[in-house]
Design a protein around this ligand. Structure first.
Ligand SMILES: Cc1ncc(COP(=O)(O)O)c(C=O)c1O
Length: 351
């Protein structure tokens, strides 16, 4: 297909109806969406249009067989008011990794980035300005072919929409170390950003919240011993001055914040190791006084500092001070609004 994007604008923006500086992510949506159709083996008709309801056939295959994947990214404003994206090419790559796992067509990565740039530039007035706030961008793909039967669909939609977002967790979080339910198994779909992974996590997350926790800390599916990740975040621990994060062994989502934090910590002189980590090891470090900090990393949440990991039999408390977590959070936020120089080449201007 040609990568030209046809743009149809709304006659009147709704942006003045919302208070961008006090807003919960996912509750308000911007004026437009990017949309592209897959039929007869190719993507066609890339366009930006006013956001409207999309007619859906009751037999649309995504509704029955779950061919649905998504991405999450954030746009911020730079010093001179230019909209900025954070590593959009990594989201394009991960989207296609997910598409491949779920039997869905890949989307041209250059068009993905171009669509995100043009869409974000058009929705610029929706980007909140306060620290930690951003315009959350949601690219997603789903099977819209009307068919009952178990095979890959032949028609899909790729859409990008956006929702202004305030800072996610402004306080420290408590994680429930889940010993009954699992998020993913090796060979399953945990490495893909597949909608069904999140459906499976909803009930266990509700149970964890009912017990006073914020999120589930997922453990491995076989021994319930190896730490995997959290809700919509990867996890880092600081033990005896060094950082560790679970290695990507086949059931963990490869977070873009995770890869950025690894580079950032190393650039500040910290040792960071990616390796399997057991919950017993964290308990032991807590007992011998070497457990220093822990935080979750994710686009929606940014850096979420951990105060406690527990379950019915366990309570691991973290020290009140977590200076490196704060440094990582502040540095990432500062890079995203060009308060400090982006030495890593992560920022892409949307214009
Ligand atoms: C299951 C899961 N793990 C980790 C992450 C963190 O990934 P990223 O840093 O790319 O947002 C996310 C969020 O996308 C997620 O949904």
């Amino acid at each position: 297909m040609t990568s030209e994007i046809k743009i149809t604008k709304v006659t009147q923006s709704r942006v003045s109806e919302v208070n961008l500086e006090n807003i919960t992510m996912g509750t308000n949506f911007t004026d437009h969406m990017f949309i592209c159709d897959y039929e007869n083996g190719e993507w066609n008709n890339a366009r930006i249009e006013p956001l409207v309801l999309i007619p859906t056939h009751p037999a649309a295959m995504a509704l029955h067989y779950g061919q649905a994947i998504f991405e999450g990214m954030k746009a911020t404003l730079g010093k001179d008011g230019t909209p900025l994206l954070f590593r959009p090419e990594e989201n394009a790559k991960r989207m296609n990794f997910s598409a491949d796992r779920m039997g869905m067509p890949s989307f041209p990565e250059d068009l993905f980035v171009e669509a995100l740039k043009q869409f974000t530039a058009l929705e610029k007035n929706w980007i909140p300005k306060s620290t930690g706030s951003a315009l959350y961008l949601r690219p997603f793909m789903y099977a819209d072919e009307a068919f009952i039967g178990m095979r890959a669909a032949t028609s899909f939609k790729f859409i990008v929409m956006a929702s202004p977002a305030g800072p996610f967790f402004s306080r420290k979080i408590k994680l429930f170390a889940e010993k009954k339910y699992v998020r993913a198994v090796n060979g399953g779909t945990g490495e893909a950003k597949a909608a069904g992974n999140y459906a499976a996590a909803i009930r266990p997350t509700e149970y964890a919240k009912a017990k006073g926790f914020d999120q589930v800390l997922w453990l491995d599916a076989q021994d319930f011993e190896y730490i995997q990740e959290v809700g919509t975040m990867n996890i880092f621990f600081k033990i005896d001055g060094k950082f560790i994060t679970p290695s990507l062994t086949g059931s963990i989502l490869s977070g873009i914040t995770r890869m950025s934090v690894i580079d950032l910590l190393r650039s500040k002189g910290f040792e960071v190791t990616e390796r399997p980590i057991t919950i017993s090891e964290i308990i032991e470090a807590s007992k011998n006084g070497t457990l220093e900090e822990a935080f979750g990393t994710g686009t929606a949440v940014g850096i979420a500092m951990v105060e406690e990991i527990g379950n019915n039999d366990l309570s691991i408390k973290f020290p009140a001070e977590n200076p490196v977590s704060v440094m990582v959070n502040d540095t990432l936020n500062a890079i995203k609004v060009q308060d400090i120089k982006d030495e890593f080449g992560w920022i892409v201007e949307a214009k």
